[in-house]
Ligand binder design. Structure first.
Ligand SMILES: C[S@@+](CC[C@H](N)C(=O)[O-])C[C@H]1O[C@@H](n2cnc3c(N)ncnc32)[C@H](O)[C@@H]1O
Length: 559
């Protein structure tokens, strides 16, 4: 029998039972645009309404109705559902739904069972079936790998599956699992990382599989139109890469708030500063995060001390901010500073949302508001932006490119627009956040790009097509990099009406990306609508050790 890290053992023992009641509040995982896992509430109907377990809580009618509904397309529940169907088989799933057994779990909450893991789901958890399966039912067990036999304790019930804590890996997959690779003492308890026990090559292969499945499930185009998904591009840094961290803590209860002032040098018991424990909304106290950069880790201790000292002052939960930045006290003007000097390359940690951060990407400098969006893994930005450049101007092309104009939609602080600007005569960017646009314009100046060449405006992405009407569509590339929810129909309609020669779609959610690309290609079947060919799809690993994958798809107009 394989031993499991003590953190897993602790997780198995200490899950708060109130969190795992049948029909009680359960949590659904969601990922923010920068890949951070957050948990929000979803209500599940009782798995066996006729025989409630002793932990059963009554659901309101509204809660029941919500739980009975199928998941929103492309949501993390829907992505999981597709994985469940692939494990259980469509016929069995259909039969269970028809026979109304799809919500009737064969297991009790807190029951311990043995399961065999069939696949690693796209959300990063193992998807298993019970060893003595009598009805089609799956069990989702985080931190497990295909081929493993594990013991799990059920803590949540949902449609055709239960979710359990990993108690023991009975038969490990020794080809894949190696616990000596784990570099974080919180791995197994913290909800942030899923893959530290895997080799980096295996992580990249699993991420490619996620992209393959996303296009299979959400991009319903003919198989001959679907290019082979390329290998996932690695991150140069696999630990110490995160340039942003947002640990949080809950406020003390009213009683504690009103009680006597606590000593300021001892961490009160209620105060846990960190990330959500796996599968819960309970905070795990953390003092370090090995995937975050060194300056962030150096700042965690002093910030924790400050929070502990002032803990009596908090009446609301707080999300802390740690941003790795070049030292903004040094003038960024290339005439006054050597950008290769130690002074310019000194890193500091910014904790105030309103302060300015600075990063270098290739030869370009970017400044942005610490509270606004910027990609969270600086090490991967040169390969990512180079890949997008080569996708627009393929180095293997035999003819010189005719592309002279770039439209950067959802442009943030101007990352792609500015890095790619040397290759275009004119560049226009659009972004909803006025703050980011202010910085995009500032960044153009910081990098000596003229106002005649580059312009940024704030607004909804679809509005850009009215602005760039004078851009010659045969010479224009459009870059799309939307938030996790993807593009809306208005945007896609306007994109197709504009009809640029090349579209590069960068996405932090490959499922909505696949859905949007299907829509772009489907619309092209209509009379008079621009047609596109999906040329390539490639994952990029912006978040090593986690299940997250970024994806870049390239579409060329069919003339
Ligand atoms: C994934 S980020 C990409 C930012 C930028 N391309 C980068 O790499 O730094 C998505 C950006 O879209 C912006 N955004 C969200 N909804 C938008 C909309 N409807 N129109 C334009 N921008 C939007 C967000 O503020 C965010 O900056």
């Amino acid at each position: 029998m394989a031993t499991i890290p003590p953190v897993l053992e602790e997780l198995g023992k200490t899950r708060d039972l109130s969190d795992s009641e049948q029909g009680g509040p359960a949590s659904k995982r969601q990922r923010t645009d920068d890949g951070i896992l957050v948990l929000s509430e979803v209500d599940l109907r009782s798995s066996n309404p006729s025989k409630p377990s002793k932990n059963h809580k009554r659901l309101t009618k509204r809660q029941k109705k919500k739980a009975e509904k199928f998941a929103e397309p492309c949501s993390s529940e829907d992505v999981l559902w597709k994985d469940l169907v692939s494990v259980l088989g469509q016929d069995e799933v259909d039969k269970a739904i028809e026979g109304e057994t799809d919500m009737k779990s064969p297991f009790e909450i807190h029951q311990e069972i043995e399961v065999e893991v069939k696949i690693l789901g796209s959300n990063g958890d193992g998807i298993a079936v019970p060893v003595d399966s009598k009805q089609p039912w799956a069990v989702v067990v985080p931190l497990t790998l295909p081929g493993e036999r594990v013991r799990t304790r059920i803590y949540r019930q949902a449609r055709l599956h239960s979710v359990g804590d990993l108690l023991e890996v009975i038969t490990p997959n020794t080809t894949l699992r190696d616990s000596s690779r784990i570099q974080c003492k919180y791995f197994g308890s913290c909800g942030g990382c899923q893959y530290q026990m895997l080799s980096y090559e295996t992580q990249l292969e699993f991420k490619r599989e996620v992209v393959v499945k996303a296009f299979r499930n959400y991009c319903n185009i003919l198989s001959e139109q679907m290019p082979t998904i390329q290998p996932t591009a690695p991150s140069p840094l696999q630990y110490g890469y995160r340039t942003k961290l947002t640990p949080h803590f809950e406020a003390p209860s009213r009683k504690i708030q009103k009680g006597p002032r606590p000593p300021t040098d001892v961490q009160p018991e209620w105060l846990q500063i960190g990330f959500n424990r796996i599968g819960t909304r309970k905070v795990l106290d953390i003092e370090e995060c090995p995937i975050a950069s060194p300056v962030i880790n150096a700042q965690i201790g002093p910030t924790r001390e400050h929070v502990i000292k002032t803990s009596h002052t908090y009446t609301k939960g707080v999300s802390l901010l740690f941003r790795d930045s070049l030292d903004t006290a040094v003038d960024a003007n290339p005439d006054s500073v050597d950008r290769l000097s130690d002074a310019f390359n000194k890193h500091i940690c910014i904790t105030n949302h309103k302060e300015t951060c600075r990063e270098q990407v290739g030869d370009f400098i970017f400044e942005y508001n610490a509270g606004s969006f910027f990609q969270n893994n600086n090490s991967v930005l040169p390969p990512l932006t180079n890949y997008v450049r080569d996708a627009i101007f393929p180095p293997s092309a035999t003819e010189p490119s005719t592309l002279t104009h770039l439209v950067d939609t959802y442009c943030g602080a101007g990352l792609f627009a500015i890095v790619l600007s040397p290759f275009f005569q004119k560049v226009a960017g659009i972004e909803l956040s006025q703050d980011s646009i202010r910085f995009a314009t500032h960044n153009a100046k910081l990098n000596s790009i003229s106002e005649e060449k580059i312009s940024f405006r704030s607004g909804d992405a679809a509005e850009i097509f009215a602005v760039v009407r004078e851009f010659p569509k045969d010479q224009t590339a459009v870059l799309i990099d939307p938030p996790r929810k993807g593009c809306d129909e208005v945007f896609i309609k306007q994109l197709l009406e504009f009809g640029p020669k090349t579209v590069v779609y960068v996405s932090c959610n490959v499922h909505t990306q696949a859905r949007d690309i299907a829509q772009i290609m489907e619309r092209g079947k209509e009379e008079g609508v621009t047609k596109y060919r999906l040329e390539s799809v490639k994952g990029f690993d912006l978040f090593p050790q986690t299940a997250h994958v970024e994806s870049v798809a390239v579409l060329r107009r069919v003339d």
